[in-house]
Design a protein around this ligand. Structure first.
Ligand SMILES: [Zn+2]
Length: 115
């Protein structure tokens, strides 16, 4: 069996170089085709779809934030979940970002919504 050092025939060396270059180009072409396929699969959505998706994400985030807010009454020592039916008038509301903040302010959980 011959190794690379035993190849003295210039034509055979040129053929090996040519084959090597062909393989490089083939790898480049295959890579390009794969990249194009992925580009088409994961292309950005159209403006309308993107706006709908952003709107949906914002709505979900807003719902999440709303559900995690705690609302106290400035005239009493009670605080509620923002979804409670016993929320004080909007003029008398004080909003807490979390339950601990409401408790630290001296507020007690509403017996109805049990925040
Ligand atoms: Zn309540």
């Amino acid at each position: 069996m011959r190794n690379l050092f035993q190849i003295s025939n210039q034509r055979e060396i040129e053929k090996m170089k040519s084959d090597f270059h062909k393989k490089i180009w083939l790898a480049f072409l295959v890579g390009t085709v794969i990249a194009l396929a992925f580009g088409l699969l994961f292309a950005p959505k159209s403006g309308k779809d993107l706006r709908e998706q952003v709107k949906k994400i914002c709505k979900n985030y807003r719902n999440k934030v709303d559900s995690e807010l705690y609302v106290g009454n400035v005239n009493s020592d009670v605080f509620h979940l923002s979804s409670c039916v016993h929320l004080p008038n909007s003029d008398n509301r004080i909003v807490y970002r979390n339950r601990d903040e409401a408790i630290a302010s001296g507020k007690n959980p509403c017996h109805s919504c049990n925040p």
